[in-house]
Design a protein around this ligand. Structure first.
Ligand code: TYC
Length: 119
């Protein structure tokens, strides 16, 4: 139940009007920095292995995975996806671990993306 003697307070805003201290108005809207996972070409990793990695760890369809693999094969580098830092790191580790297990020299790297808030 509401207390009838309690004065009704105006709704608070991001700026702290009670103390005159100006706080940041924008609250909880900051987007996380995003990171591209890049795959690099080499002469030895089989094409089918690269397609498999893209399907398994990057959730690509067979067609999408094939397109990305061919882009890397022809141009030297391609984007597997854009993620938060921790997710990007995990996918790179999963890819490189599986490649190592199969003795393929496949390499991935992380690059900061242009999107997200860059304060
Ligand atoms: N160039 C490799 C070949 O001819 C295929 C390949 C594609 C390797 C993409 C790595 O990231 C890669 N077998």
């Amino acid at each position: 139940m509401a207390d009838p003697k309690k004065p009704i307070q105006p709704p608070r805003t991001g700026n702290d009007e009670d103390t005159g201290v100006v706080l940041k108005t924008r609250e909880k809207t900051k987007k996380p920095a995003m990171y591209k996972v890049l795959m690099l070409n080499d002469d030895y990793t089989p094409m089918e292995f690269v397609v498999h990695v893209l399907e398994r760890f990057f959730n690509k369809s067979h067609q999408q995975a094939t397109d990305i693999m061919l882009q890397v094969h022809q141009r030297g580098v391609g984007v597997c996806g854009v993620f938060t830092y921790e997710v990007a790191e995990t996918k790179v580790a999963q890819t490189m671990d599986l490649a190592r297990q199969h003795q393929h020299p496949l390499q991935c790297t992380i690059e900061k993306d242009g999107d997200g808030d860059q304060d």
